[in-house]
Design a protein around this ligand. Structure first.
Ligand code: ACO
Length: 311
């Protein structure tokens, strides 16, 4: 039996009325949102690292400017999302401390290195492609500040996906060596991209409750299927081969049958044992420590201004 305030809350959710920061909400709803939005924000910030790695080595000035703008967009996405989470009563500093101490996660995908320029194409095409697939439905998520952040983020994310596909087109239609690099990038990023949607529905702890609260709109497997169905023709257009021999169109379900990623690898990456987990956290820790004097300076300045107003 639900308490009246909880019933009222659920009725609003069911009627697609947004929940706003001052509205009553169950503790579990708030906790789940902080976890998901915070994890999402951290992912945007950590996600700058694999691409930032290539800014100085982009092959042309134009590619450098595009990549620079894209990486800046990711920083902006992280900031909108931290702000959305802050409306739930947690601060950005607290979330950052939790990331650095391992109490909060970021997306598994960013624990894989970007080894060649073609990887930057694959990240835009597949990683941002998977991100959009997950984020478009989240524009209708029940929590107002999160849904509004998603609307803006999705607009920029589609530009990111296109720039990645554009790099892949150049590489795939280029010299034999470029084509080999493009195929190699697809080979390495395919399964990690499928993992971005989270564990299979049978192993997804939060899906059922999160969907009842409309924090999530689709299950992990639904979105993974949509992503595969969208991406296979794109790979065909590029003349590249998805590294899955079992991949096959299934007329009856109107989608592709495909191989599951290696879930042991996924859970290892979540535990911190991915190829570059340590480097990523080390980079975040260094940025946080190096920025301490700026935060302290801003605080001291704010204090001074407040004191002079009182005087
Ligand atoms: N990477 C890291 N952790 C993951 C991932 C992933 N790809 N997928 C699932 N997990 C974690 C969950 O956080 C959860 O762990 P926790 O309880 O310790 O938090 C556990 O695995 C079980 O998974 P689910 O119960 O399915 O978790 P959830 O309902 O949160 O679904 C999902 C996962 C789909 C990623 C959801 O959180 C979501 O939609 N998040 C918003 C989108 C997002 O974070 N995108 C970031 C990458 S895109 C980008 O930044 C460019």
């Amino acid at each position: 039996e639900m308490e009246p305030e909880e019933r009222h809350f659920q009725e609003k959710v069911d009627a697609d009325i947004r929940i706003e920061p001052r509205d009553w909400m169950p503790e579990g709803y708030k906790k789940t949102l902080i976890r998901q939005i915070g994890q999402h924000a951290h992912s945007e910030i950590v996600g700058q690292l694999p691409e930032g790695n290539w800014i100085t080595r982009a092959p042309t000035l134009e590619r450098k400017m595009i990549l620079l703008a894209k990486v800046q967009d990711e920083a902006g996405h992280g900031l909108y999302l931290y702000c959305a989470a802050e409306t739930l009563g947690i601060s950005r500093d607290e979330m950052t401390e939790m990331l650095l101490s391992g109490k909060m996660k970021y997306s598994s995908i960013f624990n894989y290195p970007t080894l060649t320029w073609a990887d930057i194409g694959a990240v835009g095409w597949l990683v941002d492609g998977a991100a959009i697939m997950n984020q478009v439905p989240l524009q209708r998520t029940s929590y107002g500040p999160y849904s509004r952040a998603m609307i803006r983020i999705c607009k920029e994310e589609s530009f990111h996906q296109r720039q990645g596909y554009d790099i892949m087109m150049k590489m795939a239609k280029g010299s034999e060596a470029q084509k080999r690099m493009a195929q190699d990038a697809l080979n390495r990023f395919w399964y990690p991209s499928l993992m971005m949607f989270g564990p299979s529905d049978a192993n997804s702890v939060h899906s059922e409750q999160s969907m009842a609260w409309k924090i999530k709109i689709n299950t992990n497997d639904e979105l993974r299927q949509k992503f595969v169905d969208q991406t296979v023709p794109q790979a065909e257009y590029l003349g590249l081969t998805i590294p899955d021999e079992t991949l096959k169109w299934n007329e009856e379900k109107g989608g592709y049958d495909f191989a599951e990623p290696d879930w042991d690898e996924f859970f290892d990456v979540l535990k911190g044992a991915g190829p570059v987990n340590n480097d990523r956290l080390e980079a975040r820790r260094k940025a946080w420590d190096d920025g301490a004097w700026v935060r302290e300076g801003l605080l001291a300045h704010a204090e001074k201004k407040r004191a002079s107003k009182v005087a």
